[in-house]
Design a protein around this ligand. Structure first.
Ligand SMILES: NC(=O)c1ccc[n+]([C@@H]2O[C@H](COP(=O)([O-])OP(=O)(O)OC[C@H]3O[C@@H](n4cnc5c(N)ncnc54)[C@H](O)[C@@H]3O)[C@@H](O)[C@H]2O)c1
Length: 320
């Protein structure tokens, strides 16, 4: 099999490339290197099974050509991270919505199946916790870039599912919840790598709001196990799956865990939300997935405990 991985030089994409190459598959990566890096693929530079193309998923001609060369597409390319989305709201819409449309159009044209990554952000502040895939969504405000990110992901889902409903495309959607692991950077708003680098530098760990908001952190390796099982499952097409951990932890206790495991003497610094989010934007208080649909389909879910995940991130970079 030959696979196209869009965003394959990024955090999750590069771990996916590792997995596919371990399984002796052929992999083609399309990435514009806006947040990803070829360093994430360096270990494979001698391998003929990996090809890399620097370009954008918004380049319809290029996307059509590359999709025509493969048997399956993993579509991960996106503008990701609250801080990046706040800085580049137009590019976030352009890539996440129109770039996804370009990939879906090409896959439909070439009759190639797709797994597309969406985000738990689509649930927004809305539904009951834990979030179920069939809940009404509440992506947020259109004058808030974070809402723009969530709407763009939700619209890409609509586009994919409309094609599936008409029998035009085999597509599976995963709504990823907080995923963590090596190669993730804290530069664009991801909380765990930011806390780790602050702790290791001895800087204060900055907590936005009161720290009582909760998230669930899943290990990227376990997330990819589930993603690859979903691709292999017979009945995953045309459906959305929550994919993440359901072990709920507050941001304040995440910070305490990081301090304990790094032995850092950094202090916690609480910052008002209005300094980081648009004025009036509320943070999601609890973000927890309902994983019943995932369990029904593949009998597996990400389950590694947070301390084990953080310890794994503290081993030397050479083993990442
Ligand atoms: N990491 C998480 O916790 C999380 C949570 C929810 C959803 N997701 C989704 O998972 C996917 C991967 O995210 P990630 O965490 O690995 O982020 P990442 O920023 O590390 O990866 C995104 C990759 O896409 C590339 N890219 C951006 N714009 C592009 C374009 N126009 N054309 C081609 N490539 C482009 C970037 O260079 C980068 O390599 C994204 O779709 C994201 O929305 C991630």
């Amino acid at each position: 099999m030959r696979y196209l991985v869009t965003g394959g030089a990024g955090f999750i994409g590069s771990h996916l490339v590792d997995r596919l190459l371990e399984q002796s598959q052929q992999v083609l990566v399309l990435d514009d290197l806006s947040t990803g890096s070829t360093l994430n693929l360096l270990r494979h530079r001698e391998r003929g099974e990996l090809s890399f193309v620097q370009g954008s998923v918004s380049d319809r001609g290029l996307v059509r050509q590359l999709v025509g060369e493969v048997d399956f597409v993993f579509h991960l390319a996106a503008v990701v991270g609250v801080q990046l989305v706040m800085r580049q709201p137009r590019r976030a819409l352009e890539v996440n919505l129109h770039g996804s449309e370009a990939v879906l159009d090409a896959a439909e044209h070439c009759a190639v199946p797709v797994l597309m990554t969406s985000s738990s952000e689509v649930y927004g502040l809305g539904p009951e916790v834990p979030f179920r895939e069939d809940a009404d969504l509440s992506p947020g405000r259109s004058d808030d870039p974070r809402g723009g990110y969530a709407f763009s992901k939700a619209m890409a889902e609509c586009s994919a599912l409309a094609r599936a409903r008409e029998g035009a495309l085999d597509v599976t959607i995963v709504r990823l919840f907080n995923t963590v692991g090596t190669r993730q950077t804290g530069e664009y708003g991801m909380v765990l790598p930011r806390f780790l680098s602050q702790a290791l530098r001895g800087d204060p760990l900055t907590i936005f709001g009161d720290g009582e908001q909760t998230r669930c952190f899943a290990d990227v390796g376990e997330v990819l196990d589930c993603m690859l099982r979903l691709v292999a499952a017979k009945d995953s097409q045309g459906k959305i799956f929550n994919l993440g951990s359901d072990r709920e932890v507050s941001i304040a206790s995440l910070a305490e865990t990081v301090l304990r495991l790094t032995g850092s003497e950094s202090r916690l610094q609480y910052m008002p939300l209005r300094e980081v989010l648009d004025r009036g934007t509320r943070d999601v208080l609890r973000r927890v997935p309902d994983l019943s649909r995932l369990l029904d389909c593949i009998a597996r879910k990400p389950d590694k405990d947070l301390a084990a995940i953080v310890r794994g991130l503290l081993v030397p970079a050479s083993s990442s």
